[in-house]
Ligand binder design. Structure first.
Ligand SMILES: Cc1ncc(COP(=O)(O)O)c(C=O)c1O
Length: 486
């Protein structure tokens, strides 16, 4: 039953008749007298809608949108995979969920040990010396990693000279954005004909002004950089640091450790590799792993596991870049990642990358018969098709994406990466069954046929969703964020 606010106040105040409460918790006067009048209701308010009606309302709302608990969501680069419900349960345990962020280290040893364990596991998985769990997203991790590199160059007296970061043209937009956030300049290098790093272009761009080379592995076209060891060697020879955008770690986990490839720092998007929620872009977590020489620059406080098994928050780090998030980051997201890592174990995590790669290659080979495939090499966890072959029917990639909704499938990422014309970036993930993959492939094949036979059907799509084709540019420029009854 929903309790009217006035009654709650009276029961919790001096009129309280339950077991005696500790004196310090009981105000001497009724709470209603202590609170300002404006926050008190003038009359008792009883619920106007019954519980079943409220539950039905929200259940109905949850079916109007497409989401990962409802259907396939092959959003390349964004990785929308199933969020195991056991992770939610563990993160919701009272000892974690009700811990107060201002409670001292002694009162929160369980939470601190969980955090230190996340750091330990991520360091082991990535092959780096230390990890910070403070950043709230992949992009925030990029900024944090770049700040640590900047502090490193400054500590060596090279801060003024090294201010350029080399980024391939296939990179995610957050890479150059993070570069400019830390006051550096982006130097874009074109990808080679096979969509991977062009070593000649890299050699030309590298000089004693280069602070870092920022590389996504596998890259945003879904390809492993075949010359990655050469890239990190060349960067170090020029005195630069190597940043790995680790958003695509789900293709490497359990197989390749970025620290062993010569990188100095990387961020990890836990929603992609460790299946934490990412709906709406967050709040999330983007832990950053660093090599030994960058450890002194980690954000404070650093959770340190002591000999006696206790974890201490260490603030005494004179070279630290300082705090990048309040308290210790989005702790409950990290708990979900911990639950995922512990549930799967080392073999299970290696299976994640194996199945993610297998699923992507199956779909890629099958769909290459109906769509252009600009890069025919074996892919990693995702691949990019081009819808340019449909342009002769007046059909664009966006039409394909919209029509997919009629088959109960969310659109792949479209028009990214920019180096592929009419890009359709597809990431099936490891959490999908073969039947789901087949359903998606069949829908894509049928849409390719429809494009040739009935382009108008695609222009008007979607036909089966609660709302049809929206003016997306207008929706993002003039958002209506309040519910209104017409
Ligand atoms: C390759 C790559 N880098 C960086 C990011 C940024 O991550 P976030 O969205 O967590 O800020 C993404 C996000 O999808 C990405 O795909």
């Amino acid at each position: 039953m929903i309790m009217p606010r006035r009654l709650l106040i009276e029961q919790g105040g001096a009129g309280h008749r339950g077991p005696a409460l500790p004196a310090c918790d009981v105000p001497q006067r009724p709470l209603a007298e202590l609170l300002p009048g404006v926050v008190l209701r003038a009359e008792l308010v009883f619920p106007q809608v019954s519980e079943p009606e409220v539950v039905r309302h929200f259940t109905e709302l949850s079916t109007l949108n497409h989401h990962v608990d409802r259907g396939f969501y092959p959003l390349g680069s964004c990785t929308m995979k199933y969020n195991p419900k056991i992770d939610e349960e563990l993160a919701g345990l009272a000892g974690f969920a009700k811990a107060h962020p201002l409670a001292g280290d002694d009162a929160t040893q369980g939470c601190l040990r969980a955090m230190a364990e996340v750091q330990r596991l991520l360091a082991e998985i990535t092959g780096f010396a230390a990890v910070t769990t403070q950043p709230a997203a992949g992009a925030h991790g990029e900024m944090t990693g770049l700040l640590m590199m900047r502090a490193y160059h400054r500590s060596r007296g090279e801060g003024e000279r090294r201010r350029r970061v080399i980024v391939p043209d296939s990179a995610h937009g957050t890479n150059p954005a993070s570069v400019s956030l830390v006051g550096y300049e982006t130097v874009v290098i074109p990808s080679g004909p096979d969509a991977t790093v062009d070593l000649d272009a890299l050699a030309k761009a590298l000089d004693d002004r280069t602070a870092a080379v920022m590389l996504t592995v596998p890259n945003t076209v879904g390809l492993f950089e075949p010359r990655v060891l050469e890239v990190t060697r060349m960067a170090h020879a020029a005195g630069a640091q190597c940043y790995m955008d680790g958003a695509n770690l789900n293709a490497l986990v359990g197989r390749v450790r970025p620290g062993d490839l010569g990188f100095d720092v990387m961020h990890i998007n836990v929603h992609k590799t460790f299946s934490t929620p990412h709906g709406g872009g967050g709040p999330g977590a983007g832990p950053v792993a660093v090599a030994k020489h960058l450890e002194p620059f980690l954000p404070t406080p650093v959770a340190v596991l002591q000999q006696d098994g206790r974890v201490r928050l260490d603030w005494e780090r004179p070279q630290s870049i300082g705090r990048v998030h309040s308290f210790n980051g989005n702790f409950s997201i990290l708990l979900r990642a911990l639950a995922y890592m512990l549930t799967l174990g080392p073999e299970g995590l290696a299976e994640v990358s194996r199945v993610a790669i297998l699923n992507a290659n199956y779909l890629m080979r099958r769909l290459a018969k109906s769509y252009d495939l600009p890069n025919p090499q074996a892919c990693m966890h995702e691949f990019v098709l081009s819808g340019r072959g449909l342009k002769k029917y007046g059909v664009r990639t966006l039409d394909v994406a919209k029509r997919l909704l009629d088959f109960g499938v969310h659109a792949p990422t479209v028009y990214f990466p920019l180096i592929v014309e009419e890009a359709l970036m597809i990431e099936p993930t490891e959490t999908e069954t073969f039947d789901r993959l087949d359903h998606f492939a069949t829908a894509m094949e049928r849409i390719a046929v429809e494009a040739a036979e009935d382009a108008e059907l695609l222009h008007q799509a979607p036909h089966t969703t609660p709302v049809g084709r929206l003016d997306e540019a207008r929706a993002s420029r003039e958002p209506r964020l309040r519910w209104s009854i017409p």
